[in-house]
Write a protein of this length. Structure first.
Lengths: 500, 152
């Protein structure tokens, strides 16, 4: 059994004391980061990535993946207790979670979220394990045209789903691609857009950009609102966390549906946990026999989206590992990390680095168990940690951003880049642009350009190559639809305004 | 936000035209066997030009200036102080060094933002600067910027 021996290899890697410690640390920090309003999963992964440079890549990815799973649960705590989602995948949890808290059932809401997250996360890893190797094998036959088409699809769908306004999403993406062409052109062997600055010869690193946009940018937005932010005051006792049998009976199908839907959505490039949680809430409300209770504290309204976002966070690893196409800003930063560690994400990863891939998969099982244990036993502690005022956290986050940006190449130039993009991130957030689309484009840009130019060399400069190969054609058409839908809607709205 | 969008659109327009023109002027459009280094940048410049024009067109016809998006009063002051302190912190790193710089930055900002007592600010600042040094310089062996006074 090839499969079982792979899994055994994975557990032998994941169960070493250091990697276990990394998984615990990842989950713990993840819960805290997820719970802090204004610091989401992408900023958490970007800020902690520098810490992993000194480690084995396997230990590094174990910590980051555990952190990602932890943030999904952490966001729930503030969503339920103070009606403020800690990250975007917990926005819908506020609807019924906070209503439950008002009725004195905050503990039950957090309890069912923990159980749902555990079930969804574990089933998600099983599916990840079954789907990925097959997908990796299939994608081995991909040539440059398919790779380019896949990246095009990833870029367009992320843009479609992350921005408030599709046009601004595309502007963010185009800006990211423009930044990506700065630096050495590998095919022609000349530097581009360097303006004689030696630091720009190697291009603009994604890490200072990501830390600036997500870390510092969010802190600046928070600084402006400080004083108005609510502070967690409630207390949760351990006893209150256990949902009653009636609660469990009401939630069990919600958890199952949330898991399946979450995984399916998470696998798609571009659609991550946030979309999954919104969709599953809508589905649950539609199929429920008590739709009138939704928004008034229905436990299914917490169970379904919380299961869906954990399943989707796990599923987002599938395209990242097998195709080298990240599905979200968080996995885009992880993908950048993989490349920094010298690994080449994509189909060959399963062949060449089995201990890395299977170690990660096995550690996800362990991370889910830890998430369940930590989120039930230590929830009173986490709730207390949330009382640390934002005025103390904010300066600490900035110090972390500065050190993180510096640590990449020990360069103050990178720290300056981080500051510039921190300001850019502030404006992007304020004006409704999408930092996630920019970072994804910056990471994928160089790979996409190479695939595009190789395709055009293959085809003697004809665009037909993207439409005559079946896989490439399907992907390109899907990407074109993703571009056409918002454009069509925008045009329609504009015409209606003129008519009115 | 309409005004802000109009300004952004014009800035993006100028930038993208310069970007595309710069590509054609300085780099080769077509190489020996395929697209050259100017190929993608040129098309990206063109794409951004189109997007900026769309943004401009979308907002040009609107008469209302839209809601204010820049903060005022205390919010603006807080944001500018945090940003200014961060820039000063980074600019002075070569003089102060990482450890002392971090401690000063933290103590000042904590005092300003939270109005915590002096000893609280000092304790948090010293503790955090120490932890930062321990993790990055001691464990990860990262050569943090050194000031005029050795590691301080």
């Amino acid at each position: 059994m090839d499969f079982l021996s792979n899994l055994a290899l994975g557990f032998s890697v994941a169960l070493t004391p250091f990697n276990l410690l990394m998984a615990v640390a990842g989950v713990t920090i993840g819960i805290l980061i997820g719970a802090l309003p204004g610091v989401g999963p992408p900023s958490g992964v970007a800020m902690l990535l520098p810490l992993t440079f000194g480690m084995e890549p396997t230990s590094g990815i174990i910590m980051l993946a555990a952190l990602y799973a932890g943030t999904m649960y952490g966001g729930t705590i503030t969503a339920v207790l103070i009606n403020t989602p800690g990250e975007s995948a917990s926005v819908v949890t506020c609807l019924d979670g906070y209503q439950m808290a008002l009725k004195g059932r905050a503990g039950k809401a957090l309890g069912i979220a923990a159980i749902g997250s555990f079930v969804a996360g574990t089933v998600g890893v099983v599916l990840l394990m079954l789907v990925s190797p097959a997908l990796a094998k299939w994608s081995l036959s991909f040539g440059p045209p398919e790779t380019f088409a896949l990246m095009l699809l990833g870029l367009t769908t992320v843009t479609l789903l992350t921005g408030e306004e599709a046009l601004k999403g595309y502007i963010s993406m185009a800006l990211g691609l423009m930044l990506a062409v700065v630096g050495f052109d590998i095919i022609a062997g000349i530097p581009r857009y360097g303006f004689g600055v030696p630091e720009l010869m190697d291009g603009i690193d994604f890490l200072p950009v990501a830390i600036g946009l997500f870390g510092l940018g969010e802190v600046l937005v928070g600084a402006e609102a400080s004083g108005k932010a609510q502070v967690v005051t409630g207390r949760i006792r351990l006893r209150e966390l256990l949902p009653s049998l009636a609660d469990l009976a009401r939630s069990k199908w919600a958890i199952v549906r949330g898991t399946v839907l979450g995984f399916a959505v998470g696998v798609l490039p571009g659609a991550g946990p946030t979309v999954a949680s919104f969709l599953s809430y809508t589905v649950e409300k539609t199929v429920s026999r008590r739709p009138q209770e939704f928004g008034k504290g229905a436990i299914e309204g917490v169970a379904a989206p919380e299961s869906a976002n954990n399943a989707a966070a796990t599923a987002a690893m599938v395209p990242m590992l097998t195709l080298g196409i990240p599905g979200s800003a968080t996995t885009a930063i992880m993908l950048g990390g993989l490349m920094m560690w010298g690994l080449r994400p994509g189909p060959m990863l399963f062949e060449k680095n089995p201990q890395f891939v299977w170690g990660l998969i096995a550690s996800q099982y362990i991370a889910n168990v830890m998430l369940l244990v930590l989120s039930t036993l230590f929830i009173p502690l986490f709730v207390r940690a949330l009382r640390i005022p934002y005025s103390i956290l904010m300066p600490l986050i900035i110090v972390f951003c500065v050190t993180g940006a510096y640590s990449l190449k020990n360069s103050l130039f990178d720290v300056g880049t981080m500051l510039v993009f921190g300001v850019a991130g502030y404006f992007m957030k304020k004006l409704g642009y999408s930092p996630a689309a920019l970072v994804l484009a910056l990471v994928l840009g160089p790979l996409a350009e190479r695939a595009l130019r190789q395709s055009l060399i293959l085809s003697d400069a004809g665009l037909g190559i993207f439409f005559t190969r079946p896989i490439a054609a399907t992907l390109v058409v899907a990407a074109l639809i993703a571009i056409a839908v918002p454009a069509y809607r925008g045009l329609q709205a504009a015409l209606r305004r003129r008519g009115a | 936000m309409r005004n802000a969008d109009r300004v952004t659109a014009v800035l993006l327009l100028a930038f993208s035209v310069a970007f595309a023109a710069g590509a054609l002027k300085h780099y080769k459009w077509w190489g020996d066997d395929g697209p050259g280094p100017a190929f993608l940048p040129f098309w990206l410049g063109l794409l951004m030009t189109a997007l900026a024009l769309a943004l401009l067109a979308k907002n040009l016809r609107r008469k209302d200036p839209g809601e204010a998006w820049l903060p005022r009063g205390e919010g603006l002051r807080h944001m500018l102080v945090v940003l200014g302190a961060s820039v000063a912190f980074v600019a002075l790193l070569k003089v102060t060094g990482m450890v002392l710089g971090t401690a000063l930055f933290l103590a000042g900002l904590l005092r300003y933002l939270g109005r915590h007592r002096w000893w609280v600010c000092a304790a948090v600042a010293a503790g955090a600067a120490g932890c930062n040094w321990l993790v990055f310089a001691h464990w990860l062996r990262l050569p943090l910027p050194e000031g005029l006074l050795w590691i301080f």
